[in-house]
Design a protein around this ligand. Structure first.
Ligand code: KIV
Length: 261
């Protein structure tokens, strides 16, 4: 059965954790789907993980669409969420709806965008157009140049109040779930308990309704692995070893056996 907004809500009611992971290509998306991941996010983290950008700011709609379409072809059961890249929704409600609509036409089940009250009008415009929206609060990587770096959120009372208020505003606007990134675990717990919609954490402790991580981080295949990610296999090291072995064998004249006929 396909995972829908309703499935995720029911999981929260039953206190069943949902498992979310990013994917950017057909092969990994297919593995994740077949192994039972609930939500696959085509994250704009692709900019750093696969495209070699310094942060997520340069990522474009056209780039995201290529990765979304590849993921869509590999997924039958999981919900596919497309991340709205920087400048695809900030300028106007009209642009936000047009870009999110493109994602839905190309196979996304929902879109995610960063921010609270600052982008509430855009979130409402999407929801009024029938587009399911996932919110993203706490550390919003698209704002990182303004903040001057990555950090934990919810350390001060003022910041805790703002994040809680934003979470409630987003819920009232009709988002179907919220991601909390690098939020103090105690605040993440409070928000998860207060909200009726599912709340998923990344670097925000164990109390949310589920967790999302970047797939290349858990596979040990990212250029920079953040401290909140558990690494389940060191693919970077395995890949280096395989490439070194290949170089050695080709130089040494060791080739796969080929028959003439
Ligand atoms: O782009 C992304 O991968 C994300 C997750 C880190 C939540 O937004």
């Amino acid at each position: 059965m396909r995972v829908t907004v309703k499935t995720l809500l029911e999981k929260k009611k039953k206190k069943e954790k949902a498992v979310l992971l990013t994917a950017y290509d057909y092969t990994l998306a297919r593995i994740e789907d077949e192994e039972g991941i609930d939500v696959i996010l085509v994250g704009d983290s692709v900019g750093m993980v696969l495209l070699g950008y310094e942060d997520t700011i340069p990522v474009t709609m056209e780039e995201m669409l290529v990765f979304l379409k590849a993921v869509r072809r590999g997924v039958e059961r999981a919900m596919v969420v497309a991340d709205m890249p920087f400048l695809s929704y900030q300028v106007s409600c009209e642009e936000a709806v047009r870009n999110a609509g493109r994602f839905l036409k190309e196979g996304a089940d929902a879109v995610k965008l960063e921010g609270g009250r600052e982008v509430l009008d855009k979130i409402k415009a999407l929801i009024n157009s029938g587009i399911p929206v996932m919110g993203h609060l706490g550390l919003n990587p698209q704002w990182v140049r303004q903040w001057g770096g990555y950090r934990r959120f919810g350390k001060t009372e003022k910041e805790r109040k703002k994040i809680m208020e934003d979470a409630l505003l987003l819920q009232d606007a009709g988002v179907f779930s919220i991601i909390l990134e690098s939020v103090s675990p105690s605040l993440a717990k409070e928000i998860t308990e207060k909200l009726e919609i599912p709340v998923y954490g990344i670097g925000s402790g164990p109390h949310c309704d589920g967790q999302i991580l970047v797939v290349h981080d858990i596979l040990g295949f990212s250029p920079h692995i953040p401290s909140h990610a558990k690494v389940y296999v060191n693919l970077l090291e395995e890949a280096r070893r395989a490439v070194r072995k290949y170089i050695e064998e080709v130089k040494g004249g060791v080739y796969p056996e080929e028959k003439d006929s």
